[in-house]
Design a protein around this ligand. Structure first.
Ligand SMILES: *Cc1c(COP(=O)(O)O)cnc(C)c1O
Length: 404
């Protein structure tokens, strides 16, 4: 059996990807050229959204979405406690405060009841909510949408883990990113995610006004569009054609643009999305089969609801460490020594010192139970079937050694 190290996640880049980037290097535009529009159009088409806006990373995409909703000081955003830092940080960038919602103790997803409880804890009605489709499986969006409508809350889906997830809910077929139940959805193309542009992020929406506002915010807030110019007397000599050098910034924005180099990589990677998603589903199915057979005491699978076809970002198990008689640190160390990477996604954000200082000590029961037991095992496109065999055998061995 091969003894190479199996990391928990890894990108896949082929010769076509490399050639696409090299072509851009030889072209006239390294950034903000033809590849940006092409990538955005291909991405919007892939997820079934009206518009896609590419930017520097998923964190910036969340920030743009928060600004698109005009989130700001003295306002509140509901964020599930179990997610990556960025989901909550994006709200904080605007000056808004975060209300952490609890999550399901097994899946880590924010349930509609968690959303309602978070609304009840907020000092005033929250302005927005950021459901996170953790690991690939998605939240119950129709139910979340119903509550959001009732309370007047805008929805931004953090879909960074769930590119490729599709399904049927409430009698409607959906694709994650089509924004059927939300104002916007946000994706990341960091190398560990489903597909990569090195760093990268995408906002999708069906609202043309949100799309144009986000495009403006992505590019310093600057415009050359005649119809949008505000200070007419300094823009024109003739009142019709603005000066050749003229642009305006009516509201402050950022330089959050994605380069043509990265967009060319993205276009090339998108062509492989179907294969990426399919292979990850095969690997997850194999894991499920092997783990069922192995029946390792204390190890519980996170099974997917059959209403969905998941674009799996993570393969997680829940481990009852008390029952297994060992702790997570020991298990992860033993596995690493045997050449198998693993990770924890995620410690509840209210435990981060920044948030603990800001909002005080808090513990939400579902988030705590989830965090105590979760472990992510390796999952990536190039992972071989024999790697899955090795991970399960190693997990079994590492857990079995607990009595020594
Ligand atoms: C990766 C990720 C982000 C941030 O994406 P970056 O591209 O790394 O900035 C945000 N939310 C979740 C859930 C993520 O996994």
């Amino acid at each position: 059996m091969s003894r190479h190290f199996v990391p928990y996640g890894k990108q896949y880049v082929d010769e076509a990807d490399i050639a696409a980037v090299v072509d851009v290097l030889k072209s006239d535009y390294l950034t903000t050229g033809p590849m940006v529009d092409k990538f955005e159009a291909a991405f919007a088409e892939t997820v079934g959204a009206g518009f896609a806006i590419a930017c520097v990373n998923g964190t910036a995409a969340l920030h743009l979405a928060a600004m698109g909703l005009a989130l700001g000081p003295n306002e509140y955003a509901v964020v599930p406690a179990v997610t990556f830092l960025s989901t909550a940080n994006a709200a904080r960038f605007t000056g808004a405060e975060v209300i952490f919602a609890d999550v399901d103790p097994v899946t880590g997803l924010m349930r509609p009841s968690d959303f309602l409880a978070a609304i009840a804890r907020a000092p005033v009605r929250p302005k927005s909510v950021f459901p996170v489709h953790l690991g690939g499986p998605c939240c119950d969006m129709p139910a979340i949408r119903k509550i959001a409508e009732q309370y007047g809350v805008d929805i931004v889906e953090d879909a960074c883990h769930s590119l490729g997830t599709t399904g049927r809910l409430d009698g409607a077929n959906f694709r994650i990113g089509d924004c059927r139940w939300s104002a916007m959805a946000v994706f990341s193309t960091h190398p560990v995610k489903m597909l990569t542009t090195g760093e990268g992020g995408i906002v999708t929406t069906n609202d043309p006004l949100l799309a144009s506002r986000i495009r403006l915010l992505r590019n310093h807030g600057m415009t050359r569009d005649v119809d949008e110019l505000v200070v007419r007397e300094q823009a024109f000599a003739d009142g019709k054609v603005p000066f050749r050098w003229y642009y305006e910034m009516d509201d402050i924005g950022y330089n959050y643009r994605l380069t043509d180099l990265q967009c060319a990589l993205g276009i090339s990677q998108l062509k492989k999305l179907g294969r990426f998603v399919k292979r990850r589903r095969e690997l997850v199915a194999k894991y499920a089969r092997l783990l069922k057979e192995a029946a390792i005491p204390g190890v519980v699978l996170i099974t997917a609801d059959d209403r969905f076809e998941i674009g799996w970002h993570l393969f997680r198990v829940q481990i009852d460490f008390a029952k297994a008689g060992l702790d997570r640190q020991t298990l992860m160390t033993r596995m690493a020594q045997l050449g198998i990477g693993s990770q924890v996604h995620y410690m509840p954000l209210y435990r981060q010192p920044y948030y603990a200082k800001r909002y005080g000590t808090m513990r939400l029961p579902g988030a705590e139970a989830y965090y105590e037991r979760t472990l992510s095992l390796p999952l990536y496109f190039e992972m071989a079937d024999s790697d899955v065999d090795r991970v399960v055998a190693t997990l079994s061995e590492a857990m079995g050694k607990s009595a020594d």
